[in-house]
Design a protein around this ligand. Structure first.
Ligand code: ADP
Ligand code: MG
Length: 151
């Protein structure tokens, strides 16, 4: 596993960073977002969606559904398992879309579905370092180096 830390000092900077990474997505990647509430996970997904070229609105997924953000060639699936002790049908949906070559999955609070998340995934841990600043810690296998290099 490789790790890379990047600090941002504003919401916009985090979105731009995620947008850059989103622009490098090829399909088939899984991204796990880790932080406390309000850390910036959904904000990061907003940047990813922009980066794949989607104009769909990014918001927190509801308790029982995932969100889909469509672009020309890719679909970004956004899951949020916050306080879902029993992910039920969403676990099945996640298992299905992680296998699709033209799909990317982004998952908030994914511990409860760790068994269906691919071991080879990009993990983004976000730590607040101030009101408007965040430390983003990327961990990823070598095969996902293309997502992080030159960011
Ligand atoms: P989460 O999905 O982790 O609960 P959100 O993305 O919904 O978090 O919210 C992040 C909050 O932190 C937003 O209110 C955003 O404006 C604020 N924020 C402040 N600075 C930053 C930053 N550098 N990066 C990301 N979010 C930031
Ligand atoms: Mg969120």
């Amino acid at each position: 596993m490789r790790t890379q830390e990047i600090n941002t000092t504003s919401l916009d900077e985090t979105i731009k960073l995620a947008e850059k990474i989103g622009g490098k997505l090829r399909g088939g990647e899984a991204i796990e977002l880790i932080s406390d509430l309000g850390g910036g996970k959904t904000t990061f997904v907003r940047g990813l969606a922009k980066g794949i070229g989607s104009k769909d609105a990014v918001r927190s997924p509801s308790f029982t559904l995932s969100n889909e953000y469509r672009a020309n060639s890719l679909t970004l699936y956004h899951f949020d398992f916050y306080r879902l002790n029993d992910p039920g049908i969403m676990r099945d949906e996640l298992a299905e879309v992680v296998a699709e070559p033209d799909s990317v999955v982004a998952v908030e609070w994914g511990t409860v579905v760790n068994d269906v998340l691919p071991n080879n995934r990009l993990t983004v841990e976000i730590k607040p370092t101030g009101v408007d600043s965040r430390k983003l810690i990327f961990s990823y296998p070598e095969e996902f180096e293309y997502l992080i290099e030159n960011t």
